[in-house]
Design a protein around this ligand. Structure first.
Ligand SMILES: [Zn+2]
Length: 184
């Protein structure tokens, strides 16, 4: 099973690409800081039972390192180039699946519905990030500008480009900048 279940507020079925992209960022951050991948998958609507082996985690970590290059891209051209490289090396044929009628039809780039977690993670992330680039003509996200944080984030909506992964990081850096300015 590799699919997003309809959620209580049906947010993910109305914004499936954004939901998949947010899941990508959450998984990259979780794999980087040693959190529970199963919890993140569950929070993002993955169907139970969720079984992720140590070998799966190793593959997912390798995928996360590759995907990070898309988030680190300076501009939309660099993000597109990073995605093209990943797509050329890692994606299968574009196909549609409804997971035997359990979900709305949606596109997949992994080879089949029972592909290993690492392959699914890389392919589904590439697909979501590719659609975001197509739709918005800007990088799909970024790496947190805080020097003490390595999180990636997805740029949401059409507002100003954000620089931090979270309000927490933005506040901490604003306070630090203020202190430095006061000292000067
Ligand atoms: Zn951060």
């Amino acid at each position: 099973m590799r699919y997003i279940q309809p959620m209580h507020d049906d947010w993910t079925t109305r914004h499936p690409v954004q939901a998949a992209a947010l899941r990508t960022a959450a998984l990259i951050n979780c794999l980087n800081d040693g959190g529970s991948v199963v919890d993140v998958l569950r929070e993002h609507g993955e169907a139970e039972p969720i079984e992720v082996s140590a070998a799966d985690l190793t593959e997912m970590r390798a995928a996360a390192v590759k995907l990070r290059k898309v988030f680190a891209a300076e501009d939309v051209d660099a993000a597109a180039a990073a995605l093209n490289e990943l797509l050329a090396r890692n994606a299968g044929w574009l196909r549609l699946t409804s997971h035997h009628g359990r979900t709305p039809w949606h596109p997949h780039l992994d080879r089949d519905d029972d592909a290993p977690w690492g392959e699914w993670f890389l392919a589904s992330s590439c697909l979501a990030l590719t659609v975001l680039v197509w739709d918005r003509q800007r990088p799909p996200g970024g790496v947190c500008a805080s020097p003490t944080c390595q999180n990636v984030y997805i740029t949401q909506g059409s507002g100003l480009p954000k620089r931090y992964c979270s309000r927490r990081c933005a506040t901490r850096e604003r306070v630090a900048a203020h202190r430095a300015a006061t000292r000067a």
